[in-house]
Design a protein around this ligand. Structure first.
Ligand code: UD1
Length: 417
């Protein structure tokens, strides 16, 4: 079992690049099933979740080629409509394939994705949306069977914006007859990226980035070439890393507007932020950081739940008290008990965590509990004196490609053992 050894407490300097967005690549790979021809997707990071999505495409009969960060998919040879349990378990977000498979084949058989480390992750909104488009859904023996002779456009009203359910609805709606209107749609940048890709394939989707998405269904047999957007959560991780360790770093290849809630919080804490095109320079000098206003996670454009754990690491040594309110996932403070091993003073009660800033963190052996919780441990270890050893790296490897090399480039003493 490999571990990361991080000798922290050193100031960071230099430039670091952000890779493509995991949460864009996955729905785009699913949507490539509709292409019925060859599509080329650039900027796909070599993450274990992306490997799992490629395995699913190959299982479904698609031809998939990978060259560096480019994935070429030929979906014209697709000849199956099921995703077996083993593949579903490899990536919890594989439910994202549901809409594409049923729209293309008239049937999809998936095993239930089950719970996850962030608490129960229901898919009722995905299923309700497909039902309103005419799908019949049966759940038997842990399988979901979704059938439709012919899906049709529908009005979908989400009670709360769900990223995955919005994506499944957009994909399914784009190649069926009729108009679909998605109300209270998720507005995340990855939704806009999916809209761009679908429209390149020949679909007619508009409104992504607003609460109302309109999809004029049409048949298309397109092929497309697309470059996925930069990963805003990886960018947030690097920015919080500099805040925690101190230093002067340029984070490159990002879209500053996508991380504005994070940079606002970091500025409030006393970091200096400069934006230049697709780069952000962050400077954290010797002065102690101060606690920011309460950090309340909300759907985009609110503060992202995925960046909450890493920002928490940066607040651990800030003067004062920081309040975190987690509104999206109920089990998203699992990193707290590991951070306490490094000397952090954090109390949790339900969806609220209260950080009382300590003078210093110290190195400790810690275990990643989930993807972003693991990233939070890396960030904290950079600011902690001594060598921390982080285990359970499989969680971190789901979302960060080439993490050690990238961090070494800004002066981090890090090794995978
Ligand atoms: C996506 C992201 C994940 C991020 C999350 C919230 C991907 C692959 N993953 O996950 O990194 O943390 O958005 O920004 O893009 N819900 C229901 N019923 C449903 C679906 C969702 O009740 O059918 C609830 C969830 O429990 C949660 C909220 O809606 O409380 C938002 O979840 P959702 O936006 O769907 O998250 P994911 O798409 O799974």
């Amino acid at each position: 079992m490999s571990t990361l050894r991080i000798n922290g407490g050193k100031r960071l300097a230099g430039e670091i690049e952000v890779h493509g967005a995991k949460n864009s690549v996955l729905p785009i790979l699913a949507a490539s099933l509709l292409a019925n021809g060859e599509t080329v997707i650039h900027n796909c990071p070599g993450l274990s979740d992306v490997d799992a999505a490629v395995k699913i495409l190959r299982h479904l009969g698609c031809g998939v080629k990978r060259e560096g960060t480019t994935i070429t998919i030929d979906s014209s040879t697709m000849d199956r409509c099921d995703i077996p349990d083993a593949l579903m378990r490899e990536m919890r977000s594989s439910v994202i394939f549901l809409g594409a498979i049923v729209a293309r084949c008239g049937e999809a058989v998936l095993s239930m994705p089950g719970g996850c480390e962030l608490g129960p992750r229901p898919i009722d909104m995905h299923l309700a949306a497909l039902k309103s488009m005419g799908a019949e859904i049966t759940e038997t023996g842990g399988n979901i069977i979704c059938r439709s002779k012919k899906l049709h456009g529908a009005r979908i009203d989400f009670l709360t914006p769900s990223v995955g359910a919005t994506e499944n609805s957009m994909v399914a709606a784009s190649c069926i007859e009729g108009t679909t209107v998605i109300n209270n749609a998720a507005r995340e940048p990855e939704i806009c990226d999916l809209q761009d890709y679908l429209n390149k394939l020949g679909a007619n989707v508009s409104g992504a980035g607003t609460p109302v998405i309109v999809v004029e269904g049409r048949s298309f047999k397109g092929s497309a070439e697309h470059t996925v957007i930069p990963d805003r959560i990886v960018a947030a991780t690097y920015l919080t890393a500099v805040a925690c360790a101190g230093g002067d770093v340029v984070v490159k290849d990002l879209i500053p507007a996508h991380v504005s809630t994070i940079t606002q919080a970091l500025e409030e804490m006393g970091c200096h932020i400069e934006t230049h095109g697709g780069s952000i320079r962050i400077v954290k000098n010797e002065n102690r950081l101060v606690a920011p206003r309460p950090v309340i996670t909300r759907p985009y454009p609110g503060f992202p739940t995925d960046a909450q754990p890493m920002l928490m690491s940066a607040t651990l040594t800030a003067a004062g008290t920081t309040v975190f309110v987690e509104n999206i996932f109920e089990n998203r403070f699992r990193h707290v008990s590991e951070l306490r091993r490094m000397g952090a003073d954090v109390k949790t009660e339900g969806r609220v965590a209260i950080v009382s800033g300590v003078e210093k963190l110290h190195a400790a052996p810690v275990a990643a509990t989930d993807l972003r919780g693991g990233a939070a441990l890396v960030v904290a270890a950079l600011g902690a004196e001594g060598t921390s050893v982080i285990s359970e790296l499989k969680h971190i490897d789901r979302g960060y490609y080439g993490l050690e090399n990238a961090l070494r480039g800004i002066g981090v003493d890090i090794e995978r053992v």
